[in-house]
Design a protein. Structure first.
Length: 479
């Protein structure tokens, strides 16, 4: 066994022993508040009282000689003198910087009587070190060799002293517990989105006594196999939208037999990719499917019209395909380290020689297996993929048409969370609480739950706004 695998297993066992305080095996971490006017990654509006600073923790908790990492933390204080426990935000990704959230505290209604804490996870933008990979971003934008770019990023980071094997959900959970101890908070509530829900569940598994309640928006439980199911989840969402369109007279009239026509075209292009005179690349079924973006509610509303265009193979689609791809400028190195150590190694599909032809061969892996091979971090203890069993009161919010974290994963998580409720947002997609142009239903439900978790869980699902939410108003004409 590789020595790093052994170390990761030891760390997991240490952290999983919830009775062992972190201060017993590493010097107590510290929180260093900054003085007013000092530089910080985010500015909190002046109408809110906030404490800004840095959490300092060891990069490698089992090496006494480890260097420190510095994580940005914004604590936005409640408007009231309430003694209620704070809410801490866990961003998605993995690799997304959370700090922008602290710039818009007015969007979070629990601030009326609770502090709101935003922490930048280790390895993300604004943390030190930040595992940014401009080499990879540029390779995607220029259609260059991505594997070579990933190797180049890894080489550069390791040459600077970064220990890539210490960037995963277990160490991030330990960072979170270190922050709780440093701030002398007895317990708190977790609000996570997408990957942040996975981190919240892993934290609750290890440090359950520190958690008062959890809101999990767009559930990604550790026992969900994203890389095995994501292509099928995408297809299921497209079919569900097409059927929902068929049930609405205006949409059905504008796009008759949409599901049948769309998937017939996908099957035909899958069998015989298109050669277009005005387009250099061969047009494949996965490239056509990728044009339909349904990770937002506005994308869901446009989806039937986009599916209709694909079904008709309208020429304007090919000009859209000609646009160069873009890799978001977030911490790709953090994403590689997390996914390639604790998700992809346990994926059946990604380790299969015949992964299937869902949507004409649409790539379902969050990280291409070749990129994980290039990143070359060891797999951590496989127990991280076990279901999380916890009695912590938990609200699980899922978008009806979410192609990334479907409602069935909310039900999967709830199987071992007996004190939980799954609320599916009608017409919703990914990150329902943060669909700022919508009706605010998901955020309202979250605030009601955090106000009185046990009482909320005793109510009927028909007693909240999700039960009466209208069907999506699908776009049937081009703007």
């Amino acid at each position: 066994m590789h020595p790093k695998v052994v170390l990761s297993s030891v760390l997991f066992i240490i952290l999983a022993a919830c009775q062992t305080p972190i201060s017993e095996f590493v010097e107590r971490p510290r929180f260093e508040a900054i003085a007013t006017g000092q530089d910080f990654p985010v500015a909190v509006p002046a109408s809110f009282n906030a404490t800004l600073g840095w959490l300092i923790v060891p990069e490698d908790r089992i090496d006494p000689q480890s260097t420190d990492v510095r994580l940005p933390v914004a604590i936005i204080h409640s408007k009231s003198e309430s003694n209620k426990s704070p809410v801490v935000y866990l961003a998605g990704g993995p690799g997304t910087a959370a700090m922008r959230t602290a710039a818009f505290p007015g969007a979070y209604p629990w601030l009326k009587d609770r502090d709101f804490i935003v922490i930048g996870q280790r390895g993300t933008h604004y943390a030190t070190p930040a595992l940014m990979c401009p080499e990879y971003r540029d390779a995607v934008a220029t259609s260059s060799d991505q594997v070579t770019s990933v190797r180049a990023c890894k080489t550069r980071l390791e040459a600077s002293g970064v220990r890539l094997g210490t960037y995963n959900s277990i160490t991030s959970a330990a960072d979170l517990e270190a922050l709780r101890q440093a701030l002398e908070i007895e317990s708190w509530s977790l609000y996570g989105g997408s990957y942040g829900t996975r981190l919240a569940l892993i934290y609750a598994k290890i440090y359950g006594s520190s958690v008062e309640s959890m809101v999990l928006d767009s559930p990604l439980p550790p026992n969900a196999k994203y890389d095995d199911e994501s292509a099928q989840n995408f297809e299921n969402a497209l079919r569900a939208i097409a059927r929902d369109c068929a049930a609405q007279p205006d949409c059905a009239e504008a796009f008759p037999a949409l599901e049948e026509r769309f998937f017939q075209t996908i099957a035909e292009v899958s069998a015989s990719p298109l050669k277009i005179d005005t387009f250099d690349e061969t047009v494949t079924a996965p490239s056509l499917v990728s044009l339909i973006q349904i990770t937002s509610e506005s994308g869901v509303r446009r989806a039937p019209m986009m599916m209709d265009q694909v079904a008709k193979l309208e020429p304007e689609l090919f000009s859209a395909l000609a646009d160069p791809p873009q890799a978001s400028d977030f911490a790709w190195g953090m994403r590689f380290s997390v996914w390639c150590s604790e998700a992809l190694p346990f994926s059946e599909r990604s380790n299969s020689e015949n992964p299937g032809k869902v949507l004409g061969g649409y790539e379902s892996a969050a990280i291409d297996p070749e990129l994980c091979d290039a990143w070359a971090v060891p797999a951590i203890d496989p127990r991280i993929t076990e279901p999380v069993v916890s009695n912590v009161p938990t609200l699980i919010i899922a978008g009806e048409f979410d192609p990334l974290t479907p409602p069935k994963w909310g039900e999967l998580a709830a199987k071992t969370l007996p004190n939980s409720m799954v609320v599916t947002i009608r017409g919703g997609s990914h990150s329902s609480t943060q669909q700022w142009g919508g009706d605010g239903c998901a955020m309202s439900i979250s605030a009601d739950f955090l106000d009185a978790p046990e009482a909320f869980l005793m109510t009927s699902a028909s007693e909240n706004c999700a039960s009466s939410r209208a069907a999506p108003a699908y776009q049937v004409t081009r703007e």
